[in-house]
Design a protein around this ligand. Structure first.
Ligand SMILES: Nc1ncnc2c1ncn2[C@@H]1O[C@H](COP(=O)(O)OP(=O)(O)OP(=O)(O)O)[C@@H](O)[C@H]1O
Length: 452
C-alpha cells in the first residue's frame, strides 16, 4: 500500500472513534496515486455516498496535514469486490456444523413473504438525526443489500428510541423490493414462547425448519433471552444455520452485547461479528422534527412555540413523547380549544413537576447497578473487583453530573468515601470516555434511563 495512504490511515485511526474507523475507513480500498490525484474505491453506492459526505473532507484535511497539501481525492465504486471491503468473518472453529433440519428436502418457496412486520414502521416514517444517524444508515445499507455488507446488524439503545421501528423498516424495505424473500420479525420473547410450545408438543423439527428457512430474521429485544439456557442454545443454532447460508440477521437490544448479563459468550461473540450500531436520545432538533411529523400524522396542529417547549422540557423517549402529543390532541379536540403553550403546560403539569425534580444519588446508584447487573450494596462497598469498580465509578461520575451534591456529599452517600476518591473516579471516567466509544454510549444510555 502506498506510504502516503498508510500515513493517512494511521492518522485517521488516531482521530476517529474505533467504530467509525472500522466501519467506514476500512471499507475504502486504496487504488493508486496518479500525480496529485489519490484514487480510492468503495464497495457500493451507499458507502460511496456516506464516505463522500462525511469522510472525504476529513481525508483531504489529513492529507494536507501530512504534507500532501494540493492532493485531490477521487472515490469510485469498485468494479468487483476488493478483498478488504467486506467485514471479515472471524474463523470460528467452535461453530458446530449447523444441525441439519431433519427433513432434508429443499425448503419450499411457498412460504415466502413477510411475517410479523409492522407495516407502519418504515424508513420514510423514521426521522433521522445525529442521535440515530449511524443506526439509520446501517439499517438502510442492510435493507439495500441484505446479507452482503453487515451481518449480523446489531442495533442497541435505550427504551423507546426507535429500535423496533428501525428493525421493522429493514424488513418492510426488503420485503417491498424482494417479495420472494422470507422476512420474519420476532420479539425474542415470542421466539422463546414458540420454542417452549414446540418442545412441549414435540414439534421441534417444524420450529427449526421455520426459522432456518428465513432469508431475513429480525429479532427484537434479544436481551430477554439472556439467562434462558435452552432458548439461547436454539437461537445459537438458528443463528449459525442462517449465517452460514448467507441470510441476513438483525438483532436489537437495550444494551451493547458485552453488557447483557447472562448472555452466553458464544452468542455475544457472534453479535459482534457484524456491525454494532447505537441509537442515542434524540437532540432537541430531532425531537422537534419527530413531533412535527407525528402531529401531522395525527391531525394535530402544533404551534412552533409548543413544539420547541415539548422538545426542550419533556422526555427523550419518543414513545412517551408520542403519548404526550396524543394527550394534547385529545384535550384540544374534547374541549374544542386550539393547542397553545398555556394549555400544554396545564395538560402536562404533573409530568413537568416530576421532570423538574432533582435526581438523588440513590436513584443513580440503583439505575447504574441495574444496568451492570450488580447490587447497590456492592457499589457502595469498597470491594476492588473489576466488575464493581467500573459501575461504581460510573455512578460517582453521574452523581456529580446529574445532582447538585458536592464531592464530600457524594462520598458520604457511597458508603462514607473520601472526597478524593470521588474526584479520582470522575477524572478516570472523563479520561476513559474520551476514546472509549462503548463507555460513552453506555453512560448516555444510563443517563437517558435516569432523565426520562
Ligand atoms: N426517529 C424516529 N422517528 C420517528 N418515530 C420514532 C423515532 N424513534 C422512535 N419513534 C417512534 O417511537 C415509538 C417507540 O419506538 P420503538 O418502539 O421503535 O422504540 P424501541 O427502542 O424499540 O423501544 P423498546 O426499548 O421499548 O423496545 C414508535 O412509535 C416509533 O415509531
Amino acid at each position: 500500500m502506498n506510504r502516503l495512504w498508510q500515513e493517512t490511515l494511521a492518522h485517521l485511526e488516531r482521530t476517529l472513534t474505533p467504530q467509525h474507523f472500522s466501519t467506514w475507513i476500512k471499507s475504502i480500498h486504496f487504488v493508486e496515486i496518479d500525480k496529485d490525484l489519490v484514487i480510492l474505491e468503495v464497495p457500493n453506492r451507499f458507502i460511496l455516498d456516506w464516505v463522500r459526505e462525511h469522510y472525504i473532507p476529513i481525508i483531504r484535511e489529513t492529507l494536507s496535514q501530512i504534507g500532501a497539501v494540493a492532493y485531490r481525492v477521487q472515490l469510485n465504486i469498485a468494479q468487483r469486490k476488493s478483498p478488504d471491503t467486506t467485514p471479515q468473518v472471524p474463523s470460528s472453529p467452535e461453530i458446530p456444523p449447523a444441525p441439519p433440519a431433519r427433513d432434508s428436502e429443499p425448503i419450499s418457496r411457498e412460504g415466502c413473504g413477510a411475517y410479523g412486520l409492522n407495516s407502519k414502521y418504515t424508513f420514510e416514517e423514521f426521522v433521522s438525526g445525529s442521535s440515530n444517524q449511524f443506526a439509520f444508515a446501517a439499517a438502510m445499507a442492510v435493507a439495500n443489500n441484505p446479507a452482503t455488507t453487515y451481518n449480523p446488524l446489531f442495533i442497541y439503545g435505550g427504551v423507546g428510541l426507535g429500535k423496533t421501528h428501525l428493525v421493522n423498516a429493514v424488513g418492510n424495505a426488503i420485503h417491498k423490493k424482494n417479495p420472494e424473500m422470507r422476512v420474519c420479525y420476532y420479539t425474542s420473547e415470542k421466539f422463546m414462547n414458540e420454542l417452549i410450545n414446540s418442545l412441549r408438543y414435540a414439534k421441534m423439527d417444524e420450529f427449526r425448519n421455520k426459522f432456518r428457512s428465513m432469508d431475513v430474521l429480525l429479532i427484537d429485544d434479544v436481551q430477554f433471552i439472556a439467562g434462558k439456557e435452552r432458548t439461547q442454545e436454539e437461537f445459537f443454532h438458528t443463528f449459525n444455520a442462517l449465517y452460514e447460508s448467507h441470510k441476513q440477521i438483525v438483532v436489537t437490544s437495550d444494551k451493547f452485547p458485552k453488557e447483557i448479563p447472562g448472555l452466553e459468550e458464544r452468542l455475544r461473540s457472534r453479535f459482534e461479528w457484524g456491525l454494532i450500531a447505537d441509537i442515542q436520545s434524540p437532540d432537541v432538533e430531532t425531537k422537534q422534527a419527530i413531533l412535527k411529523m407525528k402531529a401531522e400524522q395525527n391531525g394535530i396542529f402544533l404551534p412552533e412555540d409548543v413544539t420547541l417547549f415539548l422538545a426542550n422540557s419533556v422526555t427523550s423517549n419518543v414513545r412517551e413523547l408520542e403519548g404526550y402529543l396524543i394527550r394534547i390532541g385529545a384535550y384540544a379536540s374534547l374541549t374544542s380549544t386550539p393547542v397553545t403553550l398555556a394549555m400544554v403546560k396545564e395538560v402536562l403539569k404533573d409530568i413537568l413537576v416530576e421532570k423538574n425534580r432533582e435526581l438523588t444519588v440513590e436513584e443513580i446508584m440503583k439505575t447504574v447497578a441495574a444496568h451492570y447487573n450488580v447490587r447497590v450494596s456492592d457499589i457502595k462497598s469498597s470491594k476492588r473487583l473489576k466488575a464493581l469498580v467500573l459501575p461504581r465509578q460510573v455512578a460517582m461520575y453521574l452523581s456529580r453530573q446529574l445532582t447538585s451534591c458536592s464531592y464530600p456529599e457524594i462520598g458520604e452517600r457511597f458508603g462514607g468515601k473520601d472526597h478524593s476518591t470521588i474526584i479520582h473516579a470522575i477524572k478516570k471516567i472523563e479520561k476513559q470516555t474520551e476514546d472509549d466509544f462503548q463507555l460513552r454510549s453506555t453512560i448516555n444510555t444510563i443517563k437517558n434511563a435516569l432523565t426520562n
